[in-house]
Ligand binder design. Structure first.
Ligand code: C5P
Length: 234
């Protein structure tokens, strides 16, 4: 994988016009465009088409978490619009995860499912508040094992857990790490953060970066610097 393919830019913009402008600035260094809730709810499949226009894969980050049949049918829709990656919450349980996996197989689609373990915005206290007694590390491992047992090897996790989860999924699975920060600065609402080099050396396949690129004075230069850091750490 090239360093470009290992960098996903979160298109966290309210409109297609702004997303396209933001993506065009960075697509020289970024191989994957992540379309999340903010953009997809307003713009729908047109946002996914941006990938084709700009020569990037599209990561549809809708974090599906519903009853198995609903997720099964949503996965079919995601394959129809041309997403290359799609997120589901591992916490949706074994039947939901298996339904998603089976639907991808039935469609014969080139779609990689990624099971979200523990959101990078959550810490110990947040997990306690929702009734999870374990800290993020063991909880992420439990959810990773569940995802793998349900046929989903791709995972989303924080840089703190990626080395341990790599042991669970093996060398070929796609491990995606959001919560990337360049060190020392503002972490926004993220609580379990890591640097680009730290994520790569710990075993991440792909880094998701949003605000550190989107809100940079020079987004193209910020994306280029992160891609260079990925290349150096590889
Ligand atoms: O701006 P920032 O780099 O924090 O953006 C991170 C992106 O990754 C956001 O679009 C967020 O929805 C997504 N994400 C995350 N944590 C996860 C899964 C996805 O932050 N566990």
């Amino acid at each position: 994988m090239s360093s470009r393919d290992r960098l996903a830019f979160a298109l966290d913009y309210p409109t297609l016009v702004e997303a396209k402008r933001g993506a065009a600035l960075v697509c020289e260094s970024v191989g994957v465009l992540k379309v999340g809730l903010e953009l997809f709810i307003r713009e729908g499949p047109a946002a996914v088409k941006l990938g084709e226009e700009l020569g990037c894969d599209v990561f549809l980050d809708l974090k599906l978490h519903d009853i198995p049949k609903t997720v099964d049918r949503a996965v079919a829709s995601a394959t129809a619009v041309g997403a290359r990656f799609l997120t589901v919450h591992a916490g949706g349980g074994p039947a939901m995860l298996a339904a998603a996996r089976e639907r991808v197989d039935r469609e014969g689609a080139k779609l990689t499912l990624l099971a979200v373990t523990v959101l990078t915005s959550l810490d110990n206290a947040d997990l306690t508040a929702v009734g999870v007694g374990d800290p993020p590390g063991p909880q992420a491992r439990r959810l990773a094992e569940l995802a793998v047992a349900s046929g989903i090897g791709g995972l989303v996790c924080s840089t703190a857990e990626v080395a341990a989860l790599r042991q669970v999924v093996g060398p070929d699975a796609v491990l995606v790490t959001p919560g990337i920060r360049l060190g020392g600065g503002n972490t926004d609402d993220q609580k379990r953060t890591g640097t680009p080099a730290g994520a790569i050396t710990a075993g991440s396949s792909m880094l998701v970066v949003g605000r550190p690129i989107r809100d940079a004075e020079d987004p193209a230069a910020a994306a280029r610097a992160i891609a260079q850091e990925i290349a150096r750490a590889t």
